[in-house]
Design a binder for this molecule. Structure first.
Ligand code: ATP
Ligand code: MG
Length: 535
């Protein structure tokens, strides 16, 4: 039988294909140290870690987590754990005690790979985690105790040979928690078969080729960071750049230029931040080798596409997927004309549908639930400890994504919002995303978050929280200008009944606008699970 093991495809198979000496990862630390890791090294290091897990008695099917910032160990631990057929989760390194307790506790994690400074958070809750047997620290030379061990020591003595089991396609693989944009984050379990769709989309959407240098800015704590920051590109033998530092416009553009990055995958929030910088500064950089830019995670405002064309002379392609779908389902991509504001067209083999609440299939142009015909290769297999929530997402062979959208006559899909966010005002559906995108067109506005709030007359009214550019005063004239602009661009029903100036728009750690937090604050209610809210 063919081996579906994700880590086998990402390392050993690449070596067998003669790429052992090719650079798999160009690592640039937060202090700008640069180190290249070949596919051969990644193979050996992940083999070592698989052996470490076996020595420590961790069994196939048990859950282990990394809780690391971007560091080389993040990648070798992830791959090694998959080689040993463990269920592998990645925890975003900014999580606090409660978020950790939720995730480590519910999944009965056996082992965590982390760093000394982050271990303090786990130590505080460790007595509430009976299943957690071992902690490995990547930055200590010696073991701290019988169950807090040194990565360095363990790896040094482990063999770099490991016989990867022939992994069946339905073997559980990666466990990811969702971003918590609409409620409590859910533990989404995938299986090794997902690599088929991850690999296919890395080739067919991102267009990755043998000589590319690919940069995915997503943290490994979120699905994009593993599906496209690890699995997709390496399954194709493509070199990736990873950096230890965070968002920095200057450094990012230096990297794009000096490293000659060819394909860049990032998020709307990062692009919107870059748009706010001094536009002149971009003309200094030579981006001729950058072939394409992709975006995921939130709707991509048409204004951002315009900025990409005008300022960078590049197209920015929006892609749509979720933690649950495991890989890209709908996308703009080279070769297909972009319709700014649309998520693009479905990938071959993926069948989306726009369905009414009663399951009726809706024609082009009508607004409804965005669904995907069940059975695609990277489909999630359950929500951990919540089979009933999983079952409730499927009906008549369709998976209900929780997003609302419509399809035009040429088969492009247009995102309206999450079903919880779409605003029902005086009998009309208003997309918060469309209002936010229109607001962004005004030069005074840096960012906004739009919600629906209960209203006696309208059922729901549109409320816009707006972050103005520094120096802008929110006058009655500007208020009027905003209203007129929305009326002209969208419709009179979409006009915000209230514009509330704010210093910042709350976003979660993966950079998404948290409308439910805005709504709860506006209504004076409890903000619910905010474990993923940005600090
Ligand atoms: P939770 O499910 O916990 O509320 P989340 O849905 O934000 O969190 P993710 O799985 O990380 O968690 O995000 C997937 C969602 O992000 C999609 O369902 C969609 O709402 C939004 N999204 C992702 N890409 C796009 C896109 N290109 N256009 C519009 N929305 C997008
Ligand atoms: Mg979701």
């Amino acid at each position: 039988m063919e081996n579906f093991n994700i880590a086998y495809h990402c390392t050993t198979k690449q070596c067998q294909a003669g790429l052992g000496d090719k650079v798999a990862m160009r690592w640039i630390s937060s202090t700008f140290e640069r180190r290249d890791y070949t596919f051969g090294e990644m193979d050996q290091l992940s083999n070592r870690f698989a052996n470490v897990l076996q020595t420590l008695g961790v069994q196939a099917g048990q859950v282990i987590f990394t809780f690391l910032p971007k560091t080389p160990e993040q990648f070798t631990a992830f791959l090694g754990s998959l080689k040993a057929e463990c269920i592998t989760g990645t925890l975003f390194s900014n999580f606090g005690d409660d978020a950790l307790l939720d995730r480590l506790g519910a999944s009965e994690a056996q082992l965590v790979v982390t760093r000394k400074s982050l271990y303090r958070k786990i130590a505080r809750i460790r007595d509430q985690l009976p299943a957690l047997r071992t902690v490995i620290l990547t930055d200590v030379a010696e073991d701290l105790s019988a169950d807090v061990l040194s990565w360095e020591r363990l790896m040094e003595t482990a063999s770099d040979e490991f016989a990867i089991p022939v992994t069946a396609p339905d073997t559980p693989s990666v466990l990811h928690y969702t971003s918590g944009s609409t409620g409590k984050p859910k533990g989404v379990l995938h299986c090794h078969r997902s690599i088929l769709q991850q690999s296919r989309t890395a080739r067919e959407v991102l267009g990755l080729q043998a000589n590319d240098l690919f940069w995915c800015t997503a943290d490994q704590g979120w699905v994009t960071g593993t599906s496209y920051g690890i699995i997709g590109p390496w399954s194709l033998g493509v070199t990736q750049l990873h950096i230890g530092g965070g968002y920095s416009p200057q450094q990012w553009f230096e990297l794009l230029q000096n490293e000659r990055i060819t394909v860049w995958y990032t998020a709307p929030t990062a692009l919107r931040m870059l748009m706010r910088e001094d536009q002149m500064a971009y003309s200094e950089f030579d981006l001729t080798h950058l072939r394409s830019i992709f975006s995921v995670g939130e709707p991509l405002n048409p204004e951002v596409i315009v900025w990409g064309r005008d300022t960078l002379q590049k197209e920015i392609y929006d892609t749509w997927f979720q933690t649950e779908t495991g890989a890209i389902m709908i996308a703009n991509r080279p070769g297909i004309p972009i319709r700014p504001g649309s998520m693009g067209t479905p990938l071959p083999g993926i069948e989306p549908g726009i369905l009414a609440d009663d399951g009726a299939s809706l024609p082009n142009g009508e607004h409804g639930n965005l669904c995907v015909r069940a059975g695609w290769d990277s489909m999630f297999r359950t929500y951990l400890n919540n089979d009933s929530a999983y079952a409730s997402k499927f009906r008549d062979g369709w998976y209900y994504t929780g997003d609302m959208a419509w399809r035009d006559n040429d088969g492009y899909y247009w995102f309206l919002g999450r079903s919880d966010d779409v605003i029902n005002t005086s009998g009309h559906l208003v997309s918060p995303f469309e209002v936010e995108s229109a607001l962004l067109e005004l030069p005074e506005i840096a960012e906004s978050g739009v919600i629906g709030a209960p209203d006696d007359l309208l059922f729901e009214k549109v409320v816009a929280f707006v972050n103005f550019h520094p120096g802008t005063e929110f006058t009655p004239e500007l208020d009027l200008k905003i209203r007129l602009h929305i009326a002209n661009r969208l419709s009179s029903v979409a006009i915000p009944q209230e514009v509330v100036p704010v210093e910042t728009v709350p976003k979660n750690k993966s950079g998404k606008i948290m409308r439910r937090v805005l709504k709860a604050r506006y209504l004076g209610l409890d903000t619910g699970d905010i474990s993923t809210l940005e600090d």
